[in-house]
Write a protein that binds this ligand. Sequence first.
Ligand code: ATP
Ligand code: MG
Length: 655
Amino acid sequence: MAESTIESILEEKRLFNPSQEFAQQAHIKSKQEYQQLYEQAKTNPEQFWADLAEKELDWFQKWDQTLDWQPPFAKWFVGGKLNISYNCLDRHLQTWRKNKAALIWEGEPGDTRTYTYAQLHREVCLMANVLKQLGVQKGDRVAIYLPMIPEAAIAMLACARIGAPHSVVFGGFSAEALKTRLVDAEAKLVITADGGFRKDKVVSLKPEVDKALANNGAPSVENVLVVQRTEEKVQMEPGRDHWWHDLKAGVSAHCPPESMDSEDLLFILYTSGTTGKPKGVVHTTGGYNLYTHTTLKWAFDLKETDVYWCTADVGWITGHSYIVYGPLSNGATTVMYEGAPRPSNPGCLWDIVEKYGVTIFYTAPTAIRALIKMGEHHPNARDLSSLRILGTVGEPINPEAWMWYHRIIGQEKCPIVDTWWQTETGGFMITPLPGAIPTKPGSAALPFPGILADVVDLDGNPVKPNEGGYLVVKYPWPGMMRTVYGDPDRFRRTYWEHIAPKDGQYFYFAGDGARKDDDGYFWIMGRVDDVINVSGHRLGTMEVESALVSHPAVAEAAVVGRKDEMKGEEVFAFVTLEGDYQGSDDLKQELKQHVANEIGAIARPGDIRFTDALPKTRSGKIMRRLLRNLASGEEVAGDTSTLEDRSVLDKLRGG
Ligand code: ATP
Ligand code: MG
């Protein structure tokens, strides 16, 4: 099956056990306990999730059927009624949590706000009533285009409260990207702000909304609700545009939550577009609530006293599931930061950890690599002793970056939770449970209980240990996407037909290659679209990049395939260097040899190009498809609207 699988060449042997102290206090305390849960869930998934749904969530009415599976369409907790904003807010008000900090927010200029559960509930009710006043009804779609300010979370919860599905559009997207999403979702209202602060700049948002709506660009939009943040002057169109602070003053703070069907649409979220045209991923209420609640509780061992901080943007699934819904459903304290590390304040993340005593910190490999480049003197100058768990998501983490995270940020005592999941999966799929599962740098470890993940060939047969293949899930789970908005056929085609169903078995496949090692640990090898075929050997990008990053001169690396007459394809590497290093022919030779030594001659790059930066999506993922075009001297093709910084691409094109 050489054609259908991927070869693995990287060997990483380091293993880190949770300390006894940590394991003893954890929700899931041992490998054995994990295995029991896993077996129990595998034997009877419906019962497993139904028990949790009963225990962890409040329902207005119990469901009649746990799972209705008409492949590839799943319904969970059919007939059940609930409201996710009730589970995130109201139910905590009946306990001492009423006056607990729900949301701690820090603005980039240094202003701060803290909302207790009671205060957050009040704000959400006010916004819900404003939305109703503006004619939003149950089922109407609302677009949220905001910076990272508390109103983003408030808006999402307000929509959920009245049963209006939200579509959060990342605040860094342009008018054009916003327009496409408004049109696709037929949004009735947009919630935005004058702007926000990021990397010492004012990012204007309202003018982008104006552009998107100009010339009847998104005819479904009737009203725009505007939050004042930067106090820059903006145009307000009479009748269409309304200030949040004005309308808020005129509504009641009483707004009972709508009783929602478990399968009612909760939100649409367009994927970040690393690989092509964004898809409107559909998530519904009951299953998503349960899944984000439970995965966060177990994978981050969430406790009442934790101060939990996820640095993602609410515009991504990570922000939805693990800044807003997951933490609040659990009654936790969630931290939100408006800004990002920047030359004027490269240590800002560590200041926040110190200031609020953050105990759980969750970020992405791209951020970790940037922090490494900024130097360890920044974290070293802060007190990070409050931290007890670290997390990572978004791309495969190179083992060397993992080790830095472990040593410098985790001070060798914090388990690292490497969570593999996707917009489509709603929540974590493969992840260590930090008190139960020893970790290996670069591996996302084992599937969450209830997740029947496997690595298979194109025919759906499991591949042997240590052989690469397609990462699939073989049974529905509560947090899974239900469809592509308005295009069920695209849903089927994109996710369920790549590996054809056989004997009634369906395979969910969303594009990643992986291998399992002898201990059953999963190693994500990168996207299968990015696989490089060298003389018939199919190489994943992750392993070659990790070999490059393990050289002291290399900060970040991206490899792509370039046509080669002899070998079919050869490895072409784009490399950014650590501060003290200069690109030279000697260094190229050295790096090529380094890769050959680390993982074998087959992966030795044919060519290396040094660059200041790599093209990334706005969520920080390397866009290898653009690099592939560049490496072979072709015009850059496909959608580039999600590119973070056009100038990176222009520079690479230039020479
Ligand atoms: P699109 O699907 O539109 O191309 P995207 O895949 O980047 O965009 P997301 O859903 O945000 O959109 O990202 C999910 C992908 O990110 C995964 O399929 C995987 O490739 C990568 N990923 C996420 N977490 C991890 C992880 N812990 N290890 C390795 N890869 C990861
Ligand atoms: Mg994807």
